[in-house]
Design a protein around this ligand. Structure first.
Ligand code: IMP
Ligand code: MG
Length: 178
């Protein structure tokens, strides 16, 4: 285990099972539909890469970059789109892939953006959810794991752009950011 990690909450094995189960649900719901899987960079990269190889359907992928976090562990609440889709959202069924939903500010903003650009439908698959910290009402359509109110890293999730490469998800030691 990495020296900055307090304890592992989702092991590699657990993550593999979560991803398989989410892929199965998505495969069932999107069967016969042409959809676009949209990853929110950078946190979703590991999850999305694993998830997409397990969905046996035809779909396109694209990415967006939205920012609300600075270097800290709290969302600023102000969301900006730094990189928009390169495929048009108009009349498309869109499945957003997110690493974690916290306040919900980021997703709320991104969903509204896609809807106002004419998306036919917008759903969300998130690996982790911290529902206790929600500031806007938002319920992900597919959720891998509900997480306690702790700052977590690994499997794509970062603190100050580090720890994304850890193959598990763990709670970051408070001494690292306090
Ligand atoms: P929200 O806008 O407050 O819902 O923030 C969502 C984004 O904040 C996520 O996509 C993550 O990039 C980041 N985030 C929230 N909680 C954590 C965490 O515990 N670890 C790492 N990143 C987090
Ligand atoms: Mg993110």
């Amino acid at each position: 285990m990495h020296k900055d990690v307090e304890r592992v909450i989702l092991s590699e094995e657990k993550l593999e099972n979560i991803v398989k189960s989410l892929a199965k649900q998505i495969e069932k719901d999107y069967n016969g539909r042409e959809f676009i899987m949209v990853g929110l960079l950078k946190g979703s990269i590991v999850f999305m890469a694993e998830l997409m190889t397990k969905i046996n359907l035809d779909f396109r992928i694209d990415f967006m970059v939205a920012s609300s976090y600075g270097g800290g562990t709290e969302s600023s609440g102000k969301v900006k789109i730094i990189k928009d889709l390169s495929i048009s959202a108009k009349d498309k069924d869109i499945l957003i892939v997110e690493d974690i939903v916290d306040s919900g500010n980021t997703l709320n903003f991104v969903i509204n953006h896609l809807v106002s650009n004419g998306a036919a439908s917008v759903k969300v698959v998130t690996l982790c959810d911290k529902p206790d910290r929600r500031k806007v009402p938002l319920v992900p359509d597919y959720c891998g794991a509900v997480i306690p109110d702790e700052f977590i890293v690994g499997y794509g999730l970062d603190y100050d752009e580090k720890y994304r490469n850890l193959p598990y998800i763990g709670i970051l030691k408070r001494s690292v950011y306090e």
